[in-house]
Ligand binder design. Structure first.
Ligand code: GLY
Length: 346
């Protein structure tokens, strides 16, 4: 791991001339100005209720345009992107200027997509303020918005100029957001053999970023391997939808990780000990539920999983196995349905 002092880490996402640093640590936002280059105007895109991490006076005399987007999935839309781009134009921004996205995954996704399209692409720096944003959404260049037809259906791969994970933002994170981050954090325990539980906060977050950076560097546009970042997500997405989003994403991912482990065991890929490891990490270490809740019938959950937009050949799961965690297409639906049925009646 590339790093500096005990309290600060810098992880590099290696993408040739589009490589960039992810700074991790308390007070890391003091590294923002250095990432703004020769820009004269900064559009600071955020949301109501987000910690006020960025002091405009610390941005080297640049003109700062503060823009707020609405809360709620309905604002993750092309209309919001249009409004942002109009505001960038009204502020006289051009390709030399920078968008700074300060907030959770919704803010970095929407502001990142606006940056990707304004003037055919201007630079963006992400300052994620949630654990989920720091270890997942803000790193790797996925940007996008929803359509009435589905989530994240319009977007682009647009890598940021840098990402700043200032851990001060986590001090006031609501409990639900912490659980969301923990679901994704649990995922990283299984993508490598690392014992993340042994690490302190800064190192643990930096290690998650490093794992993600390595995967993104090897498969930026999700031709194959990047799909491992969706470990636990196939059932999780179905549970989120079936529960009418009562179940938060990270909570659903925790359940999805344990279910994926049980499925891998059913398919002879891993043994019961490895399944127990999943239950321990998700349930004991992160305090998340491990049992499939009764939010929908087997048929409904199967239908939702078969519609997963990452499916390339029938039912696709990311599964653990002798060669580690990998995407597996064409999983026998009857094995999945039987396991779901027994999980729902436990
Ligand atoms: N959130 C999964 C990815 O960035 O590929």
């Amino acid at each position: 791991m590339a790093g500096q002092s005990a309290e600060r880490r810098s992880v590099r996402v290696e993408l040739g001339d589009r490589s960039y640093p992810v700074l991790v640590g308390h007070g890391a936002v003091d590294g923002l100005e250095a990432l703004l280059g020769a820009s004269r105007t900064v559009a600071l895109v955020t949301q109501d209720g987000i910690p006020d991490l960025v002091d405009p006076a610390s941005l080297g005399g640049r003109s700062v345009e503060r823009l707020q987007i609405g809360r709620g999935e309905e604002h993750k839309s092309l209309d919001t992107v249009g409004e942002l781009c109009s505001a960038f134009a009204a502020a006289g921004m051009n390709r030399g200027d920078v968008v700074v996205a300060v907030g959770g995954g919704m803010v970095t996704d929407v502001a990142g997509f606006a940056a990707a399209t304004f003037h055919r692409g201007i630079d963006v720096v992400h300052v994620p303020t949630t654990l989920l944003g720091m270890i997942d959404a803000a790193v790797g260049g996925k940007t996008g918005v929803n359509l009435p037809e589905g989530k994240n259906l319009v977007g682009s791969f647009w890598q940021p100029r840098g990402v700043i994970c200032d851990l001060d933002a986590l001090a006031t994170l609501p409990e639900r957001e912490v659980r969301c981050g923990n679901g994704e954090m649990a995922k990283y325990h299984f993508l490598t053999g690392d014992d993340l539980a042994d690490l302190g906060e800064v190192d643990r977050i930096a290690r998650c970023v490093e794992i993600k950076a390595e995967v993104v560097a090897s498969d930026e546009r999700e031709g194959g391997r990047r799909a491992v970042l969706n470990y636990g997500h196939t059932l999780a997405h179905a549970l989120e939808i079936a529960s009418g989003h009562e179940l938060a994403h990270g909570e659903a991912v925790g359940i999805g990780l344990v279910f994926a482990a049980e499925l891998a065991r059913e398919l002879g890929r891993i043994d019961e000990g490895r399944v127990a490891d999943h239950r321990r990490v998700v349930g004991e270490l992160y305090g998340l539920d491990t049992e499939v809740p009764a939010v929908g019938s087997v048929d409904r959950l199967m239908e939702l999983m078969s519609r997963d937009k990452k499916a390339i050949d029938g039912l696709t799961f990311v599964l653990d196995g002798p060669a580690g965690v990998e995407p597996v297409a064409g999983v026998d639906p009857s094995v999945v349905a039987d396991l779901l049925a027994s999980s729902l009646t436990r």
